[in-house]
Design a protein. Structure first.
Lengths: 314, 179
């Protein structure tokens, strides 16, 4: 299996084999972070630009740490303090970054499809760090890696995704990736937070949290996204915690060793109870650690593919 | 690729490894502070075999590690295939140890250069020695082997292929002509 893509835009377009290659490459990169000197020279001389149109700390820092452990130089651009405020278009911003001889743009954008547009217009690599409601591929990859690490294989694994499915790129990327690797996915949310025709992605839909937890090997708890619709009263109106919050009480009815995941940041007492987030079933902090290895693998693979492509055309 | 000649068969390969094991023990006066680290892929199996041979001679266990040098290569973009990144596994501290680095073929010396860089990121060994099954010449860097199973003069149009039971189902070393 050879990785030939200069970009990572989403998991929808990837084959099962490509996803498996990223996950097996991740395994090797995880070891690097356990060394006393947590750095390898694989991307020495390369420049990675983090271009973030939406606030993000954990994803940006995770990409930054990943790039630095590969010896790349990292530049962070937060658009609130950049020329984007003066009206520069996305493509112009991208072309300016390309003109600086940067090698990889890691982009977070509030519009679905922004990463695809940028990648089509640039020769340098683009890694999607979340675009609107569309995809967040590295988050799904790190969720999948964590599951694989805990349970061996994703095949026939029962994974339930609980929360605001309609507005979640994390859910969408997880559904694409998990179903490609043979997992059985259930999505669970109040009916208003279930997107239309989601069954066509090959998932089971339920609005009953106990049904979603019963027999599940893992539950991925999504964050209620206040900032995206601007109404933090919303979860309370739905009685969200009472009806969908993951509590010890509810987990008692699930498999004893069910794995509890959450992409962070946590809203304790809204989608997840504190004692569950900190409890024995939770792998939330392991997800953070694995995120670095996944992003190292992705940065390495896209950089290598682009170098190869340049060599054959020049 | 055309196979030209077999330079080592199973018996000769094993005899070479046994001799190298003896030389390692002789040079280091035993196994104190000794460890063996193989370069992936075949170097790891050779390292394990050397450790087994040392155990047979001296009845001492020597720790064995595996080094994947992909992330330290200087030719990532110019090699024809895409290398698979595998895991480095060194389950012991190499600081103040004598490390015997093991590879199957010593050629340009660039793999060894990458391995030395990586090893030094793991700690500060007292010394590093190099053991190879085959030294085929044509060095591009000032690197030499402390122990060589066999020196084989080759031309650059040839390739030396080391085949091992663990990876190839057979123990032999052959010279093949590149097309």
């Amino acid at each position: 299996m050879v990785w030939a893509r200069k970009d990572l835009l989403g998991l929808e377009e990837l084959s099962k084999e490509e996803i498996e290659l990223i996950l097996s490459t991740t395994e090797s990169f995880k070891e690097v972070s356990s060394r006393e000197i947590k750095k390898v020279p694989a991307l020495r001389g390369k420049t990675v630009v983090n271009l973030f149109y939406e606030p993000s700390t954990r994803t940006r820092v995770s990409f930054e740490v990943a790039a630095k452990r590969l010896s790349a130089d990292v530049i962070n651009i937060a658009t609130e303090t950049s020329s984007v405020k003066k009206g520069e278009t996305l493509i112009d911003t991208g072309k300016n970054i390309q003109a600086l001889n940067a090698d990889i743009i890691v982009m977070r954008h509030n519009y679905s499809g922004a990463a695809v547009v940028l990648a089509r217009n640039l020769d340098i690599s683009v890694v999607n760090a979340g675009d609107g409601w569309h995809e967040h591929p590295t988050q799904a990859l790190l969720d999948m890696y964590t599951l694989q690490e805990k349970l061996g294989s994703l095949k026939d694994l029962k994974v339930s995704i609980v929360g605001d499915i309609a507005h979640s790129r994390v859910a969408r990327s997880n559904i694409w990736g998990l179903t490609k690797l043979g997992a059985k996915v259930t999505v669970c949310a109040p009916p208003v937070l279930i997107p239309p025709a989601v069954e066509e992605m090959g998932v089971r839909v339920t609005s009953d949290i106990d049904d979603a937890l019963r027999n599940a090997d893992a539950v991925n708890v999504l964050r209620m996204q206040f900032e995206r619709d601007g109404q933090d009263a919303f979860p309370k109106q739905l009685g969200y915690f009472q009806n969908y919050g993951i509590t010890q009480e509810r987990l008692k009815k699930a498999k004893k060793d069910i794995i509890v995941m959450h992409p962070g940041p946590l809203n304790r007492g809204i989608e997840i109870a504190s004692d569950v987030a900190d409890g024995a079933n939770s792998v939330i902090l392991e997800q953070v650690t694995n995120g670095i290895a996944v992003r190292m693998a992705v940065l390495f693979l896209v950089a290598q593919a682009r170098d190869k492509a340049n060599e054959t055309t020049h | 690729m055309q196979e030209k000649s077999k330079v080592l068969d199973k018996e000769a390969l094993n005899r070479s490894l046994t001799r190298v094991a003896h030389e390692i023990l002789e040079k280091n006066r035993g196994t104190k502070d000794l460890c063996i680290i193989g370069i992936r892929n075949r170097g790891v199996y050779l390292a394990e075999r050397l450790a087994a041979a040392i155990k047979k001679i001296d009845n001492e266990e020597v720790p064995v590690g595996a080094l994947d040098i992909t992330l330290y290569r200087d030719d990532l973009t110019s090699i024809a295939y895409q290398p698979v990144v595998r895991k480095t596994e060194i389950g012991f501290d190499i600081t103040d140890k004598t490390v015997v680095l093991v590879d199957d073929v010593l050629y340009t010396g660039r793999t060894v250069r990458a391995a030395l860089d990586e090893l030094i990121d793991f700690g500060r060994p007292r010394s590093i020695q190099l053991a190879v099954l085959v030294d085929r010449g044509h060095r591009e860097l000032p690197i030499r082997a402390d122990y060589a199973g066999k020196n084989i003069p080759t031309s650059q149009s040839e390739t030396v292929e080391v085949r091992l039971e663990e990876t190839d189902g057979v123990d032999e070393v052959v010279i093949v002509e590149k097309e």
